[in-house]
Ligand binder design. Structure first.
Ligand code: FDA
Length: 315
């Protein structure tokens, strides 16, 4: 219920404007977002990379409204790849189809994805596609398939809250995909998505097993992307039981979330890739993170109240 309330809150301009105006200036958005510029993101990534964490860099943004904007996003992704490479950082990038014009022209979006994958390949890197809300699931999978056929080795996110996800994995498996398994971050209807945490978690564990079985047979590369200790433990046990080599799977977590668990997994010798988001369009991403944990809402409110009392004291 709190999650629904926060999603509702995120449609209220007064609230989101206040957060957008103050979030970076007063620092509370920096807990989840590496900064507004690529330079800031590379600095944060550099610190992580030096500590042995490979990076998954994401330029925040979604649902662009013109083809020119989408082309500029493509260029910015190619620029990110070049800068990662110039910095000799162990890193890949994540892209969002609606940020590359999926709403406007799916064919053009597909072409842009292929161009980014080609640029990544020329630098020995890969691209992962984020999965957005269900209006985009089919189109995203089609674009992923087309890109993966031309430039093998790319990744795509699959959400365990969707009832269809097991079928989607089986459909993709012939392409030897990299699959980033996540729980799912959007508000979806009960017809399409499990609503209870216990159901989403049970499906996550089922899908971990499925992916690990395919990985043993060399048919996919799983990336387990969750901060939930129970999911991590299930994956750890499954990996050990199957004696899966360390270079045939990875864990992923979001920048700034459960750093203790990130370090623990890294210290155990697993690959722990950190998803590092940056950019001026950080608000929707930020609100999704807030909705996942009510304590984050109190964290923002405390910051806003502290700022107001600082202003009152100053005047
Ligand atoms: P869950 O929400 O059950 O949380 C488990 C525990 O993790 C919590 O008890 C808390 O300790 C900690 N935690 C989780 N979220 C937190 C937060 N925001 N702040 C503080 N602590 C938190 N989704 C999607 O729909 N499409 C996508 O492409 C991606 N991509 C993606 C990449 C990566 C690398 C990750 C880790 C996640 C995504 N997601 C995503 C988001 C994902 O779907 C999901 O919403 C979040 O990861 C939260 O779910 P958990 O698996 O962490 O479990």
């Amino acid at each position: 219920m709190i999650r629904n309330f926060i999603f509702w809150l995120s449609t209220k301009k007064g609230v989101t404007n206040a957060i957008a105006k103050r979030g970076m200036r007063y620092g509370f958005a920096r807990r989840f977002i590496a900064g507004e510029t690529l330079e800031e993101a590379l600095e944060a990534s550099g610190d992580l990379a030096r500590s042995g964490y490979p990076i998954n860099l994401n330029h925040l943004g979604e649902n662009v409204s013109s083809k020119e904007e989408a082309a500029a996003v493509r260029d910015s992704y190619i620029e990110m790849l070049r800068k990662l490479d110039a910095a000799k950082m162990d890193g890949i990038i994540s892209i969002k189809p609606t940020q590359l014009g999926l709403d406007l022209d799916p064919k053009l979006c597909q072409e842009f994805c292929c161009q980014i994958a080609e640029a990544a390949g020329s630098l020995g890197r890969i691209v992962e596609m984020d999965m957005e809300g269900t209006p985009y699931t089919d189109a995203t999978l089609e674009i992923y398939e087309a890109t993966q056929q031309r430039y093998p080795g790319q990744g795509v996110a699959i959400q365990s809250y969707l009832r269809r996800s097991e079928r989607d994995i089986e459909r993709l498996i012939a392409l030897r995909p990299k699959i980033r398994l996540v729980k799912g971050a959007y508000l979806e209807s009960p017809e399409l998505a499990f609503q209870k945490k216990s159901e989403v978690d049970a499906n996550f564990c089922r899908l971990i097993d499925l992916l690990l079985n395919h990985a043993v047979a060399g048919r996919c590369f799983p990336a387990i992307a969750s901060h939930d200790p129970a999911m991590v433990e299930h994956a750890r046990k499954g990996i050990a039981a199957r004696k899966l080599e360390r270079n045939r799977y990875e864990f992923q977590m979001l920048y700034g979330i459960r750093r203790d668990l990130q370090q623990q997994i890294h210290n155990e010798g697993h690959t722990m890739r950190i998803y590092v988001p940056f950019g001026t369009e950080w608000l929707p991403y930020f609100m999704r993170r807030v909705s996942e944990r009510p304590a984050n809402l109190w964290f923002i409110l405390r910051n806003l109240v502290a700022e107001n009392s600082r202003k009152r004291n100053a005047s």
